[in-house]
Design a protein around this ligand. Structure first.
Ligand code: GDP
Ligand code: MN
Length: 394
């Protein structure tokens, strides 16, 4: 689960990481009022969306009067901000954050991530903050420092000091920076975060260190013990197809193609998507219906796939071990009864109770295209999506 920058800053601040003074606004008038509250003569207006790269996309603007803050905010509200990370549809702006402008002397990079390969938390830092980390790793791999945390002992003071030295901080700042790093780590660990990124971590003209930007993501499986964090969820920033499926307990990932997929097992789902691509198609989603899926669950999954209007054909690929082909078939028949299914549906069943499953589909008299192997199924669904009947361009 992702949260907004202002929420991440509030959390960091609670753990003792310095952040600029700021206030949230839901309207241009509130934005301008925030200037009076904050004081000073320069402010930054920041679009609150779940995507980085806002600066380059016009989502971060420096202003020198409250009038200007109001105008800038007015230009942001209701728009969809498209950034490098937002996806082509962009993310809706309906909150902006107004902050006192910071006089930046240096921009550093600081992040905490999980490295699944080595099964450790890793701290990533660089003296070259500001630009995004992918770009930094590509252009200046030598400028990126990785520090591994041993879970039994945690993030040690000497490691924090080493990092502070390595990113070129001056002697008087070393102690303060090390404290900030370890407080950020405590926030990450105590709240079951999976990612924390402060980019830039700024050194001000006066030599203070502040988190100018903040991004945090949390482990969904740990949210049951962090009610205060789960309340920060903002559905307006999520893919509606994914939240619809997640609410129904389905493992669904939205993609950009037009072939809807309903598959059992993550491995088979990946293989099926590869096969669709190999024969020239584009999957609309990843969906694993899981083991022992009841007809009701299959029906729910079917609905989740069709919830996406881009879907022009559907591929059901089931290799039943724990699952039962007859239950899957019952679910498919129920889906056709329940919904007005206008698109071609290709079904490949194999494994437990396959004969019963195929009989149910045959006897239903429904226009289901049956396939007998993964390759066959992928070819048939790609052919179906390209036929004029599927609504593809003639
Ligand atoms: P992002 O583009 O979504 O990562 O948004 P950031 O919050 O990181 O802002 C982008 C860039 O705007 C930063 O790297 C800074 O260079 C600049 N910026 C943000 N806040 C301030 C500020 O208070 N003062 C100045 N001078 N620049 C700022
Ligand atoms: Mn940033």
């Amino acid at each position: 689960m992702d949260i907004h920058e202002y929420q991440a800053k509030e959390i960091l601040s609670r753990f003792g990481v310095p952040v600029p003074r700021g206030g949230l606004a839901y309207s241009p008038e509130q934005a301008s009022y925030r200037c009076t509250e904050i004081g000073g003569t320069k402010w930054v207006v920041k679009a609150q969306v779940h995507a980085g790269g806002r600066g380059e996309a016009g989502g971060v603007k420096l202003c020198t009067s409250d009038r200007e803050v109001q105008d800038v905010a007015n230009g942001m509200f209701g728009k969809r901000l498209v950034t490098k990370q937002s996806g082509p549809r962009g993310k809706l702006i309906y909150r902006v954050y107004v902050e006192e402008a910071t006089d930046i002397a240096r921009e550093l990079y600081f992040a905490i991530v999980l490295d699944r390969r080595i099964e450790r938390v890793v701290i990533i830092t660089s003296a070259q903050g500001g630009m995004d980390i992918e770009e930094l790793v590509a252009k200046r791999p030598d400028a990126v420092i990785r520090t591994t945390i041993e879970p039994a002992v945690g993030f040690l003071a000497f490691q924090a000091r080493e990092i502070a030295f390595a990113i070129g901080l001056e002697a008087p700042q070393i102690a303060e920076a090390s404290r900030i790093f370890r407080r950020a780590y405590r926030a990450f660990r105590d709240l079951d975060a999976t990612m924390l990124e402060i980019n830039p971590l700024a050194v001000t003209g006066k030599g203070d260190i502040v988190a100018l930007d903040a991004k945090m993501s949390f482990d969904d499986n740990a949210m049951f013990r962090h009610l205060d964090i789960s309340e920060l969820r903002d559905r307006s920033q999520e893919d509606s197809r994914e939240s619809h499926a997640a609410d129904r307990g389905l493992a669904y990932v939205g993609l950009d193609g037009n072939i809807g997929c309903m598959i059992n097992g993550a491995g088979l789902a990946m293989a099926t998507m590869d096969m669709i691509k190999l024969v020239g198609g584009e999957p609309a989603n990843f969906l694993d219906i899981g083991g022992a899926a009841s007809p009701e669950r299959v029906l729910k999954a079917f609905r989740a796939v069709l919830h996406d209007e881009k879907v022009k054909a559907m591929l059901v690929n089931i290799f039943a071990g724990i699952n039962r082909c007859d239950w899957v078939a019952e679910g498919i028949v129920a889906a056709f009864k329940d919904m007005d299914v206008k698109i071609p549906v290709v079904v490949r069943l194999a494994g437990t109770h396959v004969e019963q499953g195929q009989r149910i589909l045959r006897d239903s008299g429904l226009p289901i295209i049956s396939a007998d192997s993964l390759a066959d199924a992928a070819e048939k669904v790609v052919a179906a999506v390209n036929s004029p009947a599927a609504g593809a361009d003639a």
